[in-house]
Design a protein around this ligand. Structure first.
Ligand code: NAP
Length: 184
């Protein structure tokens, strides 16, 4: 398999856009993230489709499957990233291209993300952290299996299952009760 291209809608400060408090409208950031992702995907996929090979991984998040207080922009952008990537997957299938795309949706992963954003790691139980290596392994397995959306780790698979299965009113109530504890 050729090396996958990884793009990321890099969120400084984990995308806490402060829309409600008025500190930031979040409009510029939200627009820039989507524009960057579209441009990167276009640049990478054009060549891959012409060559008839290649893989592209968009780094999304489990945040794509729900909402949490203070993360309106982050969750919405990640949900958009999943939808956009699934659309690309369909577009490629429609033209019979072997090029693969994937939205990779990790949970808490040991990278520099939480240091750089100042969020820290202490508020998250140790068992919920995954290594970057395990996340990448899951992504590569998903690429081989042709999965357009990959959630690494059984805990996060179950978490996403619950987010989809439980009534929205209950999910939102839980998000309010745990606010500040488990920021992504
Ligand atoms: N870590 C987690 O727990 C977690 C969970 C879910 C989703 N994610 C998602 O994973 C993605 C990557 O996060 P990470 O955990 O790998 O964070 P990270 O360790 O902080 O790495 C971010 C990478 O993005 C690069 N970067 C930062 N700003 C950039 C810019 N303006 N232009 C180009 N490159 C830039 C950084 O380069 P430099 O080193 O040169 O700054 C670094 O290589 C993000 O989209 C995040 O939302 C992370």
């Amino acid at each position: 398999m050729s090396d996958p291209v990884l793009t990321s809608t890099r969120m400084n400060g984990a995308g806490r856009t402060a829309v409600v408090t008025g500190a930031s409208s979040g409009i510029g950031e939200a627009y820039a993230r989507r524009l960057a992702a579209v441009r990167l995907c276009h640049a990478a996929l054009t060549g891959m489709v012409a060559r008839g090979r290649g893989s592209l991984v968009n780094v999304s998040s489990v945040a794509a499957f729900g909402q949490s207080p203070g993360n309106a922009g982050y969750c919405a952008t990640k949900a958009w990233m999943n939808s956009f990537t699934e659309g690309l997957h369909l577009d490629l299938a429609a033209v019979g291209s072997p090029v693969k795309v994937q939205a990779l949706c990790p949970g808490y992963t040991l990278t520099e993300f939480h240091d750089a954003s100042g969020i820290g790691r202490d508020h998250v139980p140790a068992s919920w952290w995954m290594s970057a290596e395990d996340v990448v392994d899951a992504s590569l397995r998903g690429l081989e299996q042709g999965k357009p959306v990959v959630v690494p780790g059984w805990r996060y698979k179950f978490y996403v299952f619950l987010l989809k299965a439980l009534p929205g009113v209950l999910v939102r109530s839980l998000a309010l009760r745990t606010q500040g504890k488990y920021r992504r």
